[in-house]
Design a protein around this ligand. Structure first.
Ligand SMILES: Cc1cc2nc3c(=O)[nH]c(=O)nc-3n(C[C@H](O)[C@H](O)[C@H](O)COP(=O)(O)O)c2cc1C
Length: 390
């Protein structure tokens, strides 16, 4: 079979997309009141005008305590008018739009949210310098339900899709981790038990929205943490998610925002810039221990392909290849390997109109140098620091 044209029209579940390029979630830092602003609308309109098939709004927490800080949107009726304005602006440019919904769990900043963070088991968070509480049975039921309601609000706001966050040791991902999940109830222990919470979330979302919108999930191939969730287990979870039939596609990611953040990105480690945006005591500690916490991994194009390929062999559902997609060549490689879509984050922060440029010149490639200095900007207003000056 010939590989699909990445620039050609495609379907994702019930959604028609103009091409197979997705703007991956990059928390935008443009929601100071936890509501949509004109700047957020313009951010996504620019990506849509730049030629992506679908842009992803990140991130839309399902509960106020599930935010990595209190300036993030959480899904509530008050957020709907702004979200509707955003989806209309993206649609006017001819692209589709997805909302990343999730609960940050142990990655949530309880101090900023003024509400304690929760995790499968209690722990001390180095991010908020606070204790994270073990989720109760009521918390689990409430958060599953909250995902369903967030997806309904997203559909009501005109989104074409939701992407459920099952990665980066956010709440669902931390349930999958044998290191972070030490529960003795039906949500801990065996892989089947640890996978129960994310599977229930996906099911509840599908039951709530049916085929009104596409439902995808962003799943870790592995946490990159000794004793954490690893590839063999993730392959099994992917096959369960496929047989549950709740998802239209799976995006593969890796790493832990809590324990090994650079594993997500690879490339340079901007310790000084990270330390500079933290509260003074945290910044001082980070300057000293930063190189240990922010371990470095060499960058290469399509750096998740070796792992993602194993998922391609294991499941039949549409898969999205993410991680170091920077040129037509890497996108065509993904298509040839059987992936249905590609997702790009940093390359599009660098140049929102990259898809248009790639389409007009086959040899073009991203100007992103994976310096990762965009990452610390999420605390102010997410941007590429090089795009700022060019
Ligand atoms: C500034 C920044 C913010 C990010 N925010 C999110 C987020 O809110 N949710 C998420 O799942 N991933 C987030 N990511 C990770 C990206 O979606 C993506 O997984 C990662 O950057 C690898 O893709 P890339 O090589 O195309 O950049 C963020 C990445 C960057 C650079």
């Amino acid at each position: 079979m010939t590989a699909p044209d990445v620039f050609g029209a495609a379907r994702l579940g019930p959604v028609a997309m103009p091409n197979r390029i997705i703007k991956a979630a990059t928390f935008e830092g443009r929601t100071p009141e936890a509501l949509v602003t004109d700047e957020l609308v313009e951010f996504h309109r620019r990506h849509a005008a730049g030629g992506v098939g679908m842009t992803t709004v990140a991130y839309c927490a399902v509960a106020p305590e599930g935010r990595t800080d209190r300036h993030q949107i959480w899904m509530r009726p008050e957020a709907v008018p702004g979200l509707r304005r955003l989806t209309e602006a993206v649609h006017a440019e001819g692209a589709a739009v997805s909302a990343q919904i999730g609960h940050a769990g142990p990655v949530a900043n309880g101090a900023s949210n003024r509400a304690p963070a929760i995790a499968p088991s209690g722990l001390f968070s180095p991010l908020s310098m606070q204790r994270v509480l073990a989720a109760t049975a009521d918390d689990i039921t409430r958060v599953v339900r909250a995902h369903a309601e967030a997806a309904r609000l997203a559909a009501d706001s005109g989104f074409d899709a939701v992407e459920i966050h099952f990665g980066h040791n956010y709440l669902a991902s931390s349930f999958l981790s044998p290191l972070l999940n030490r529960r003795r109830d039906g949500y801990g222990g065996s892989l089947q038990n640890r996978a129960r919470f994310p599977r229930e979330i996906a099911r509840a979302v599908r039951d709530e929205v049916g085929d009104r919108i596409a439902i995808t999930a962003k799943l870790n191939t592995d946490d990159g943490v000794p004793g954490g969730f690893w590839l063999d287990e993730s392959l099994t979870v992917a096959s369960w998610l496929e047989s549950d039939g709740s998802l239209d596609a799976l995006t593969l990611t890796a790493g832990s925002s809590l324990l090994n953040p650079m594993y997500l990105f690879t490339g340079d480690v901007p310790v000084r810039e990270f330390a500079g945006v933290q509260p003074k005591p945290v910044g001082a500690v980070l300057r000293v221990v930063g190189r240990g916490f922010l371990r470095s991994y060499p960058y290469r194009d399509a750096y998740l392909l070796d792992r993602a390929r194993q998922f391609r062999e294991r499941v039949r559902m549409p898969l999205v290849l993410l991680g170091g997609i920077t040129s037509t060549e890497t996108m065509e490689l993904a298509m040839a390997e059987g992936f249905s879509f590609v997702a790009m984050a940093r390359a599009l922060l660098r140049e929102p109109d990259l898809p248009r440029r790639l389409r007009s010149s086959r040899s073009a490639r991203s100007l992103c140098i994976h310096c990762n200095k965009c990452m610390p900007t999420i605390y102010r207003r997410t941007e590429c620091v090089l795009a700022r000056t060019t």
